[in-house]
Design a protein around this ligand. Structure first.
Ligand code: ATP
Ligand code: MG
Length: 677
């Protein structure tokens, strides 16, 4: 037993050995919080706790996979599948799948992503004859989403959000509350959940039925949460429900790294843990194992500029290491070239592999120049969390056929297929078909059988619709009955609807897209091989939940390009942070929010994000900025200042470089109080 925890230091061990009660491990980046949580899980099992009685929540699916791999190394693989280890979303989905009837859903129920949800709202706004200028679908969806995240039901929307004594605001929220009501009805009818439902419906299920609540409280006797600083209100609520009455809760986090405030996360949850659980034990880890002393000292000095902070100590046995390289460039292009040259240099002369290197940016938009330059310097890269494989147009199109195959109630998928496949029948006629079906209590596909019953549909249009019904809808319905492995079913469907001819040929670059379609079909075959008992339904659900999953063409060594947000919890020997400029990092929105008094801590969240970015680095950290930035999609540039965060770093830990363009031009220096020239 003692051997298992020998890989931990004294404090970490203390945490991993505290098996009962409430425990908060509060510590800075790289201090081994995730490691401690992983070892504690193994320790619980070694101490005789049944793996199915442990609920462990991670922030991303990647983190869950990492943790599973480590635990199985520590105590064997057979227990992995018995554990409840995953993100809030995946754990809630499991609970909901076991109780579908109770939450008004049935077998085949799938998940809508944000794009799907906005499309539903758009259809409702169209059906309700609302003006899109006043009721922008995205804005309306965001309000609904926020309400769902805060567990506010349609009837309370106005009360909760409308400005007092403001007639327009009250009117607006009344209408939005009607849309919200209808949205919920459509989701139920279509037999789908949106992302927010996963948590909200689970809470409703547990609150409505004490027997079910007791069952899960009994099952999850030990609850553990990683990245606790980014738990939002509904997730917090869910945990509080489940943790009673045993109160065995073990959370780890770092208030300095709370970066999802904009999505409703609330760092007061971690700051107030001791109020929620007065008997809680608080363990602080102070030794950092990840980064060089220069990186730790500089990032600590940066974060201490925040007022909203718990005091923490951090030290390392590591040497100072290389200084942090700060580089200013004339333009994003020069900056991108600088990064590429540095990377080649590190690989050619310093033995780094491409996979040791990550390039972090505030938002993907900023990395455009870099994405253009990397191939020119022959540096293969992987864009993490950008437009993913599953967001490719042809894949999204094809997924609609598959969705209908598993969930015949998904009218959104049906409408999308109609829009993709049936030419010459516009939105208004589609809406007429819909209305006709509803009025006559028919299925919309029944109307497709004899479309001329709808006013405005002549023989030509009708022929197109009937052909669509035969070739696509009937194929889907027939295939549903057939007993084939899922990848074969998908392939069969691909052929029967003649996707190449009817869909791909209508898009640009059909040959290129066909390659991706083949990769997609191969991925399904792989999934089937690795998960023999599971089917198309699981495949679609899992891909929806795992937003960071991506299919790449080969196993080539690659540098990773990602946002600082998606780098949370990860570590790399070499990190570049690019575009470190005012209005970019800190983001313009945060500056505006602070300026307008809307959120005085908005810039603090940006600083925490910058702290997260810096602390991903183990050995080398390069920070760069440019004198100009792309100000709009038309390619116009504007002058810009280096980020305030650079001035908050201690000079003695830095090394300044100026990067000149080939054409000459002025070199750029960055010293405290020295303007960029
Ligand atoms: P973050 O806040 O960024 O999520 P963290 O506190 O979760 O960081 P970990 O990722 O658990 O930190 O650990 C950082 C690195 O330090 C990992 O590579 C981990 O294996 C290593 N590490 C942590 N504790 C020890 C230890 N006691 N001995 C050796 N290595 C350790
Ligand atoms: Mg961690």
């Amino acid at each position: 037993m003692s051997n298992l925890l020998d890989d931990l230091n004294k404090k970490q061990k203390l945490a991993a050995q505290t098996l009962k009660g409430a425990v908060l491990v509060l510590a800075g980046a790289g201090s081994g919080k995730t490691r401690t949580l992983t070892y504690r899980t193994a320790n619980l099992i070694a101490a005789g706790v049944d793996p199915k009685n442990i609920l462990t929540v991670t922030f991303t699916n990647r983190a869950a996979d990492d943790m599973k791999a480590k635990i199985s190394k520590l105590i064997g693989t057979d227990i992995i599948n018995k554990m409840n280890l995953g993100t809030f979303h995946s754990i809630c989905l499991k609970i909901l799948r076991d109780n579908l009837k109770k939450v008004d859903r049935s077998e085949g129920c799938l998940i809508y992503d944000t794009t799907d949800s906005i499309a539903i709202v758009e259809d409702i706004i169209f059906d309700f004859d609302l003006e899109e200028t006043k009721y922008d679908p995205k804005t309306v969806y965001n309000i609904i989403s926020k309400a769902k995240m805060e567990l506010v039901n349609p009837n309370y929307l106005t009360e909760k959000y409308a400005q007092e004594d403001n007639q327009w605001s009250e009117h607006f929220y009344k209408i939005v509350s009607r849309v919200y009501n209808e949205y919920e009805r459509v989701l139920t009818n279509n037999n789908c959940f949106d992302f927010n439902d996963l948590i909200k419906k689970t809470i409703e299920l547990l609150e409505a039925d004490t027997e079910i609540l007791k069952k899960y409280q009994n099952q999850f006797k030990y609850i553990q949460v990683d990245e606790y600083q980014d738990v939002n209100h509904s997730q917090y609520h869910l945990i509080s429900l489940l943790v009673k009455p045993q109160k065995n809760i073990f959370v780890v986090g770092d208030d300095w790294q709370g970066i999802y405030g904009f999505r409703g996360a609330d760092i007061s949850n971690i700051l107030e843990f001791e109020y929620d659980y007065p008997e809680a034990e608080v363990i602080k880890l102070e030794r950092n194992y990840r980064s060089s002393n220069n990186i730790i000292s500089a990032s600590n000095q940066l974060i201490n500029n925040n007022i909203q902070n718990k005091k923490k100590e951090a030290w390392t046995a590591a040497a100072d290491g290389a200084p942090i390289f700060i580089a200013g460039a004339e333009s994003p292009l020069v900056e991108a070239k600088y990064v590429c040259k540095r990377i080649n240099n590190l690989v050619d002369f310093y033995n780094y592999k491409l996979s040791d290197i990550a390039i972090l940016c505030r938002s993907h938009f900023q990395s455009i120049q870099l994405q253009n330059q990397l191939p020119k310097f022959r540096i293969p890269h992987q864009l993490v969390g950008g437009v993913s494989f599953f967001d490719r147009q042809e894949i999204r199109y094809f997924v609609n056929y598959l969705k209908l195959l598993v969930n015949p109630n998904d009218r959104l998928a049906l409408k999308r297929l109609f829009r993709i496949e049936v030419h010459g029948v516009g939105e208004i006629l589609l809406s007429e078909i819909n209305k006709y079906a509803r009025k006559n209590q028919m299925e919309i596909t029944d109307v497709f059988e004899s479309p001329t019953v709808v006013k405005g549909i002549g023989n030509n249009k009708a022929a197109n619709i009937i052909e669509f019904q035969r070739r696509v809808i009937d194929s889907i319905y027939d295939l549903r009955e057939e007993n084939l492995p899922m990848h074969q079913k998908a392939f069969e469907l691909y052929q029967r609807v003649d996707f190449d001819k009817n869909v791909l040929a209508e898009l640009d670059d059909p040959e290129g897209r066909k390659k991706y379609m083949n990769m997609f079909l191969d991925d399904m075959a792989d999934f089937q091989k690795n998960n023999p008992g599971r089917g198309l339904y699981d495949y679609l659900l899992i891909n929806k939940l795992i937003s960071d999953k991506d299919i790449t063409e080969d196993n080539q060594e690659k540098v990773k390009v990602m946002t600082a947000h998606s780098a949370k919890g990860l570590e790399f020997p070499v990190v570049f942070i690019i575009g470190v400029e005012e209005e970019v990092f800190p983001h313009l929105k945060s500056l505006e929010e602070k300026e307008s008094g809307q959120n005085q801590y908005a810039v603090e969240e940006e600083r925490r994000l910058f702290y997260v970015a810096m602390t991903r680095a183990e050995k080398l950290l390069f920070i760069s900025f440019s004198k100009q930035k792309l100000s709009n999609e038309q390619g116009q540039y504007k002058q810009i200042m280096p980020s305030r965060f650079l001035y908050e770093l201690p000079d003695q830990r830095l090394d300044f470089t100026s990067v000149e363009s080939k054409k000459g031009g002025s070199g750029i220096q960055m010293r405290k109080n020295v303007e960029v020239i």
